[in-house]
Design a protein around this ligand. Structure first.
Ligand code: HAS
Length: 574
C-alpha cells in the first residue's frame, strides 16, 4: 500500500494556518485527570463485576440448578437478581465507562485540559449519588422492575430519582465536554476537530436528545405515581417515552466502541484510519437516525397505530447504513495495518494482525460477534419477523451479542491499555487477559446461539425456565447450552476482575515506559475532510426535524388521549 504517499493525501500548502492541528499525542494527562477518569472506570468495573455475577445464576437456573438460595437474604428472587444484572451491566457499567472514556478522548484528542473541570466533577458526583440512590431500593427488593421499569410494575420513588440523577450527571459531564470543544474551536479556527474528540462529543450530544424521553417519563409519570401524588399511570404512553430513549441508548453504548475501532484500533495494529470523512459521516448519521426508531420495540403494543410502526421500521433500516460504513472503513483500516505488518492474501492478512495483544484481540473478537448481533437486529426490525421473536429468548440472545459483546468486550479491550495508562502500571499477565477475551468470545457464542434458537422455538424471555412446567423436551439441550455458556462467561468475568485488581497492584512504571494512548492518524489528512462533516448545526437541525416528523404527531396524540388507568401494586415499603 502506498496510498499515504500519493498526491492529494496532504492538505493544500497554500493554507498553512489551517493545517497546523495541535500535537494530539503530546498532551500529558495531569495527575488529577488520571485519577478522575480512573474513578469513572473503577465504578464501572465494580458494577460490571457485581452485575455479571448475577448472569450465571440466571443461566444455571435455566437448566434447573437454582443457586439463588446462596444469596438469600440479599437477593430474594430471580427477578431481583435480573434487575440487578440489567441495571448494573446495561446502565451503570456502560454509562460510567463511557463518560470516563469520553473525557479521555476529549482531552487527549483536543490536546488540552477541560475548560471547566468543576462542571465535570459536579456531574460525576451527581452520577454517584444517583447510583447509590438507585442501588438501595434494588437491594432492598423494592425496585424489582427490571432495567426497563415498564409500568404498571412499580418501584420505590428512590429508584426513579436515582436513575434520573445518573442521567442528569451524565448530561452535566457532557456540558463540560461541549464547552471544551467550543473553546478549542475558538483557539483553532478552521482546523478540523480531531476525530476521537468529535466522535465522543457527538455521542454526548445524541445522549442529551435521546434521554429527553425517559426524563419526561420519570418526572411527569413515574415519580409522582411512586410518591402517591397521582394514583394511576398510562403504560402505553410510558413505554413510548421509554423507547424514545431506549433505542438510542443502544447507540450511546456502541459509539464509544466505534470511536476506538475507527480512531484507536488502527494505530494498535500498526495502521491508519482509512477514511476520516466516512468515520465522521457515520457518527453524524447516528445523531440523526438513532432516536426516531423507538416504535420498533413496540410493534406488538396495541396503542400505537400501524402506520407509525411502519415508519419507524423503515427508519430502523437506515440505522443499518452507518454500521455498514463502519464495517467497511474499520476492516479497510485493519487491512492497511496488517499489510504493513507483512500480511498477504485476500483474507490471509487477518493472521498478520497482532492477535497476541489482548487489547486488540478483545476488540477484534467483539467486532466479529457484532456482525451476528447486527444481522439479528435487522431480523428484529422486520415487522413480521419481529412478531415471531418479540418477548422470546431471541431478544436477550441479540443483546448479548451487541451490548454484552460488541460494546462490553470492546470496553474490556480498551481498559487493557487505558488502566495501565491511567495508573502508570503495566498490565498484569497479558496472557491471562488474552484467555479472558477468548473465553468471553466462546462463552458468548455458546450462550447467545442457544438463546436465539430457544427464542425461535418459542421460549419466553425474562422467565425462570427452570421452574416452568411447560418446557418441551426439545428445549432441554439448548437450556443446557445456555448454562454452559454462562459458566464459561463466569470464568471470563472473574479473569477480568483478577487482571484489573492485579494490574492495580503492579509496581509503578517510569514515565517513559507508560503505555501511550493509541491515536490513529488518518491516511488522508483530516484537513481535507469537507467542512460540513465538522459542523454540529446542520446535523442537529436535521435530527430535530426528523424527530418532530417521526414522533411528534403520535406523541401528541398519546398525550392528549392519556389514559391513567393502571394503579400498579402498592408494595413500596418506603
Ligand atoms: Fe438491537 C432489541 C434492532 C443494534 C441492543 N437491541 C434490543 C435490545 C437491546 C438491544 C438491549 O428492531 C432489547 C431491549 C429490551 O430489553 O427489550 N438492534 C436493532 C438493529 C440494530 C441493533 C436494526 N441493538 C443494537 C446494538 C445494541 C442493541 C448496537 C447494543 C449496543 N434491537 C432491534 C430491535 C429490537 C432490539 C427491533 C426489539 C426486539 C423486540 O421485539 O423486543 C442495528 O444497529 C444493527 C446494525 C449492525 C450491523 C453490524 C455491522 C458490523 C460491524 C462489525 C464489522 C466487523 C469488524 C471485524 C470490523 C449491520 C460494524 C473485522 C475483524 C477482523 C478480524 C477482520
Amino acid at each position: 500500500m502506498t496510498l499515504i504517499d500519493e498526491p492529494g493525501m496532504e492538505p493544500d500548502p497554500a493554507e498553512p494556518t489551517k493545517t497546523t492541528a495541535p500535537a494530539k499525542e503530546g498532551y500529558e494527562l495531569t495527575s488529577w485527570e488520571r485519577k478522575f477518569i480512573g474513578w469513572h472506570l473503577a465504578v464501572a468495573i465494580a458494577a460490571l463485576m457485581i452485575g455479571s455475577l448475577m448472569g450465571p445464576l440466571q443461566a444455571f437456573q435455566f437448566s434447573g440448578v437454582d443457586l439463588y438460595g446462596l444469596l438469600d437474604p440479599v437477593i430474594e428472587s430471580y427477578y431481583q437478581g435480573l434487575t440487578l444484572h440489567g441495571v448494573l451491566n446495561a446502565l451503570v457499567w456502560t454509562t460510567f465507562f463511557i463518560v470516563g472514556f469520553t473525557m479521555l478522548t476529549t482531552v487527549k484528542g483536543l490536546g488540552r485540559p477541560l475548560t471547566h473541570p468543576q462542571i465535570n466533577k459536579l456531574g460525576f458526583w451527581v452520577m454517584v449519588v444517583g447510583l447509590v440512590t438507585t442501588a438501595i431500593p434494588i437491594l432492598t427488593n423494592s425496585a424489582t422492575v427490571l432495567y426497563t421499569f415498564y409500568p404498571p410494575l412499580k418501584a420505590s420513588w428512590a429508584f426513579y430519582l436515582g436513575l434520573t440523577l445518573v442521567v442528569v450527571g451524565s448530561w452535566i459531564e457532557g456540558w463540560g465536554f461541549f464547552l471544551t470543544l467550543r473553546q478549542w474551536r475558538q483557539d483553532n479556527p478552521g482546523v478540523r476537530s480531531p476525530f476521537i474528540a468529535l466522535g465522543g462529543i457527538i455521542n454526548a450530544a445524541m445522549w442529551q436528545i435521546a434521554t429527553l424521553g425517559v426524563a419526561v417519563e420519570i418526572l411527569t409519570m413515574l415519580l409522582p405515581w411512586s410518591l402517591g401524588i397521582i394514583d394511576n399511570t398510562d403504560p402505553t404512553l410510558a413505554r413510548t417515552y421509554f423507547w424514545f430513549t431506549g433505542h438510542p441508548l443502544v447507540y450511546f453504548w456502541l459509539l464509544p466502541a466505534y470511536v476506538s475501532w475507527y480512531g484507536m484500533l488502527p494505530k494498535q495494529v500498526g495502521g491508519k484510519l482509512f477514511s476520516d470523512s466516512l468515520a465522521r459521516l457515520a457518527f453524524w448519521m447516528f445523531l440523526i437516525v438513532s432516536v426516531p426508531v423507538g416504535f420498533h420495540h413496540q410493534f406488538t403494543d396495541p396503542g400505537v397505530p400501524v402506520t407509525w410502526k411502519w415508519i419507524h421500521a423503515l427508519l430502523t433500516y437506515s440505522v443499518f447504513f452507518p454500521s455498514m460504513i463502519t464495517a467497511f472503513t474499520v476492516i479497510a483500516s485493519l487491512e492497511y495495518g496488517a499489510r504493513k505488518r507483512g500480511g498477504q492474501g485476500l483474507v490471509g492478512w487477518i493472521r498478520a494482525l497482532p492477535w497476541p495483544d489482548p487489547s486488540v484481540a478483545a476488540q477484534l473478537l467483539a467486532a466479529i460477534l457484532f456482525v451476528f448481533g447486527g444481522i439479528g437486529g435487522l431480523t428484529n426490525a422486520s415487522y413480521n419477523l419481529n412478531l415471531v421473536i418479540h418477548n422470546t429468548a431471541w431478544v436477550p440472545g441479540h443483546f448479548h451479542l451487541t451490548v454484552a459483546s460488541a460494546v462490553t468486550l470492546s470496553f474490556i479491550g480498551i481498559s487493557y491499555w487505558m488502566v495501565p495508562h491511567l495508573a502508570k502500571r503495566p498490565l498484569w499477565s497479558p496472557k491471562i487477559a488474552l484467555v479472558q477475551a477468548w473465553t468471553w468470545f466462546v462463552g458468548m457464542i455458546v450462550f447467545s446461539n442457544a438463546m436465539h434458537v430457544l427464542g425461535l422455538l418459542g421460549a419466553p424471555r425474562r422467565t425462570p425456565l427452570g421452574d416452568a412446567t411447560y418446557v418441551p423436551e426439545e428445549w432441554d439441550g439448548h437450556l443446557l447450552r445456555v448454562s454452559i455458556g454462562g459458566a464459561i462467561l463466569l470464568v471470563s468475568v472473574l479473569l477480568y476482575g483478577l487482571v484489573m485488581i492485579k494490574t492495580m497492584r503492579q509496581p509503578k512504571l517510569a514515565d517513559a515506559d507508560v503505555p501511550e494512548v493509541p491515536i490513529a492518524e488518518s491516511i488522508r489528512h483530516p484537513q481535507l475532510t469537507p467542512v460540513w462533516l465538522d459542523r454540529f448545526k446542520p446535523w442537529l437541525i436535521g435530527a430535530g426535524a426528523l424527530l418532530l416528523i417521526a414522533y411528534g404527531p403520535q406523541l401528541v396524540d398519546q398525550i392528549i388521549n392519556m389514559n391513567l388507568n393502571a394503579p400498579g401494586p402498592d408494595f413500596t415499603p418506603w
